[in-house]
Design a protein around this ligand. Structure first.
Ligand code: GLY
Length: 350
């Protein structure tokens, strides 16, 4: 399930030999092309088409989709062709979405190159692009034909990128407890500790696969994976102009703020709230909102696509390994909570 570079080359070669695609299109970002593509021998041997995307969420735009589909048509890409997406979550989301609707579906292989996409984005079949600033509002539930995780790519990531994946790993550990929580309590391994990373990535993938197998279309228990993401997305959105506050930091802080909210509601127990705090800080900075941001953040949360009947639907932890979804919070309740903690955050950031 989690392999080294040589094995990825063999697996891609086996897939190509079995499937005999008439064309291969490799989708990369600026960074994945520079740092990861050269590590894969297979791309040097075959005559494939390379499609270049910018880094990050910039790629997840309808204009790039149109341009990509046009180039597939120009190159006579058919249903018998193969897309190979090499990159982080944005590349996989983009390629997965475009492949899922071009000629009603092309096979797509995912080669995730970031920790975040290895433990989260690549698994579960969600594809998506953004529209008018709303994240993943256009997308499909479509599984790739294969996911090839390569632990050697971790050496291409900086601390901040590793932390971004670590936030989702903490979330999975809080939801499942057990062996994964024991591994997480030991702290983030060095990027050179391949063995430790392989164990951690494997445990994460097993956990997420289990949840998704029961609820692919997110009608029930898959909503648990939204833990930390309601307030986390709010934090990410209000700080979108600050490059230091990335997805991982926002989600880690979202886990903290949601567990505090759960604790105040009498839902999350104290021991669990303390554990969340100790796993998130001091690895991540404490980011929240100030008084000026309470109203914009309330508005953002009230427009979350997960909401129902004009109320926010949260997933909250009761204790480690025990959580609930669809917990309703009204506009007044969230506004009061954001107001109460606005000053404290402001002070701690000074
Ligand atoms: N990242 C949450 C999910 O795949 O459902």
């Amino acid at each position: 399930m989690i392999v080294r570079t040589e094995t990825i080359d063999q697996r891609i070669e086996t897939y190509i030999n079995d499937y005999q695609p008439d064309k291969i299109v490799v989708v990369v970002s600026e960074t994945s092309e520079k740092l990861c593509l050269p590590k894969l021998q297979i791309y040097k041997k075959i005559d494939n088409i390379i499609y270049h995307l910018p880094d990050g969420d910039e790629a997840k735009k309808i204009t790039y989709c149109e341009d990509f589909w046009e180039s597939l048509l120009r190159e006579n890409v058919t249903r018998k062709s193969l897309i190979i997406a090499v990159g982080g979550g944005a590349v996989l989301d983009f390629a997965g979405f475009c492949a899922s609707v071009y000629m009603r579906g092309l096979p797509c292989i995912y080669v995730p190159t970031t920790l975040l996409s290895m433990v989260d984005g690549s698994e579960g079949g969600k594809t998506g692009i953004n529209l008018y600033g709303t994240k993943n509002v256009i997308g499909t539930f479509t599984d790739p034909v294969a996911i090839m995780r390569n632990v050697d790519f971790l050496s291409t990531l900086n601390e901040c990128e590793l932390l971004s994946g670590w936030a989702e790993i903490i979330k999975h550990a809080l939801l499942t407890g057990g062996n994964l929580m024991e591994l997480v309590k030991k702290g983030m391994p060095l990027s050179s500790d391949i063995e430790a990373w392989m164990n951690i990535i494997r445990e994460n993938v097993i956990f997420k696969k289990g949840i998704v197998a029961e609820d692919f279309k997110e009608k029930g228990q898959r909503k648990l994976l939204n833990l930390g993401h309601t307030l986390g997305h709010g934090i990410e959105a209000i700080h979108f102009e600050d490059p230091k506050i990335n997805h991982g930091i926002s989600i880690a802080c979202g886990l903290y703020w949601e567990s505090l909210l759960g604790y105040e509601m009498g839902f999350t127990n104290k021991e669990t709230f303390d554990l969340v705090s100790s796993l998130v800080f001091p690895l991540f900075p404490k980011i929240g909102w100030n008084e000026m941001e309470v109203e914009p953040m309330t508005n953002l949360l009230m427009h979350d696509k997960k909401n129902h009947n004009g109320k926010i639907q949260l997933s909250l932890l009761k204790s480690v390994g025990e959580a609930s979804y669809d917990i309703e919070i009204s506009e007044t309740e969230i506004n009061e909570y954001l107001t109460k903690y606005a000053m404290a955050v402001h002070e701690s950031n000074d």
